[in-house]
Design a binder for this molecule. Structure first.
Ligand code: AMP
Length: 400
């Protein structure tokens, strides 16, 4: 069944509550990177162009004490949004009460208002009460009372049951997905519920333990599961191969064996690695086949692995990629991730999806993102979605 989206709503003169993801990196009031604000613009613009009054809520960082509040105010975000929209944005420095209600009542059609960080509600009078993060029913009900309709465009928090997503939704007659959320549901949701075949998953990153749910779920759905990155070497250890000083989760070796038994030839492991004497970009490094020699640690996949992976990927109709192939943050160990990213960009017949978190950072840093179909904005949310879990934030969006 399809979810209700912003384009299904009549927005004219409506007070439109919007949960957006403005959780940007911020230090001393200065925004490090405004990608998330930019990503929310299409839905915000749509709402105001259709005569809605956009009332925006988002969390920013984590609030554990009163001291955390000043550094995590939404004010600089509201200012940046105003610059990006090229129009005034009202910032209200509270999350409830007459000041907020009056400001909302004064809004004209097409106006934009940003209220203070929803997580200010997590600490009241110095006490950690987590009203937002534990979905206090009274808070969701109160926020819902401020608007006529609710749009959830914050995929990054969809795996959490918070007052500002699930709480508001459960007190609204209808909740619609924003355009960003709609895209995540279409691509990541679609990949796990109704994948095109051949479907190839590429799973990398540091730890098997972080990815086990995804490996398990995608082994059932994909035609091939390619493994890369640091978790490779727990699989190598499970095969009885030498791993030198490479990253390994000793307590997951049995699990890796079970996965390999279950997967058979569905699982594709690297056949060569770039190894170094130290976890350092300038360390002596070389490429080796198979076993990792004593005194070395594997920090990237090698060219033979890249070629083998490309051979598996070339006929794919759907590719989901989560986790880098190596320590992409260091230029000498970024090649595997870069080559796979570039190759995915050449697959014009395939839907290519990057599953968030470090993989998103990797494709952006390496500049290979623009030729891929979808780059998820969520970290934990994409991972849980790929694990096949129901995300409470998405479950709370109305069906069409
Ligand atoms: P994850 O958050 O699980 O996707 O892991 C991403 C992190 O894994 C990145 O910071 C990479 O530097 C790291 N990583 C990838 N390959 C390796 C490797 N062979 N050894 C150590 N760390 C790695």
């Amino acid at each position: 069944m399809a979810k209700l989206t912003v384009s299904d709503l009549d927005l004219k003169s409506k007070k439109v509550l919007m949960r957006v993801d403005f959780n940007v990196p911020i230090k001393d009031g200065v925004i490090g990177n405004d990608n998330r604000i930019v990503a929310a613009l299409p839905t915000i613009k749509y709402v105001i162009e259709h005569g809605g009054k956009a009332i925006l809520l988002s969390h920013l960082g984590r609030i554990k004490s009163e001291d955390d509040k000043p550094g995590l105010s939404m004010r600089p975000v509201a200012e940046r949004l105003s610059n990006l929209l090229n129009k005034p944005v009202t910032f209200v420095p509270v999350t409830e009460g007459p000041q907020l209600e009056d400001a909302i009542n004064k809004m004209n059609d097409g106006d934009v208002l940003v209220m203070e960080n929803t997580r200010y509600e997590d600490v009241k009078d110095g006490e950690q009460v987590k009203r937002e993060s534990k979905n206090d029913p009274a808070l969701g009900k109160y926020w819902a009372s401020l608007g006529d309709v609710f749009i959830n465009d914050a995929f990054g928090t969809a795996h959490r049951q918070h007052a500002s997503n699930v709480g508001i939704a459960s007190n609204m007659p209808q909740t619609a997905a924003g355009f960003l959320m709609e895209k995540e549901i279409k691509f990541i949701g679609g990949a796990v519920s109704n994948p095109a075949h051949p479907f190839v998953a590429i799973l990398g990153g540091a730890k098997v333990s972080d990815k086990i749910g995804v490996i398990d779920n995608l082994l059932d759905k994909a035609d091939k599961v390619i493994i890369g990155g640091g978790m490779t070497y727990t699989f190598y250890a499970a095969k009885g191969m030498k791993i030198g000083n490479s990253l390994v989760e000793k307590d997951k070796i049995d699990l890796a064996k079970e996965i390999m038994d279950k997967a058979g030839d569905k699982l594709v492991l690297p056949i060569d690695s770039v190894v170094a004497e130290k976890f350092d970009n300038d360390a002596d490094h070389k490429t080796v086949d198979g076993d990792i020699p004593d005194g070395y640690m594997a920090l990237d996949i090698g060219p033979k692995s890249v070629a083998a992976f490309e051979d598996v990927l070339k006929s794919a109709k759907l590719v989901v990629w989560n986790g880098p192939m190596g320590v992409f943050e260091m230029s000498n160990y970024a090649e595997g991730t870069l080559e796979i990213g570039k190759f995915l960009g050449t697959l014009s017949d395939a839907t290519t999806i990057v599953g968030g978190g470090d993989s998103t950072a990797a494709v952006q840093q390496l500049g290979v993102g623009d030729k891929l179909t979808h780059i998820s904005t969520g970290g934990g949310a994409s991972l849980e979605y790929l694990e096949g879990k129901t995300l409470p934030g998405i479950a709370a969006i109305s069906e069409k």
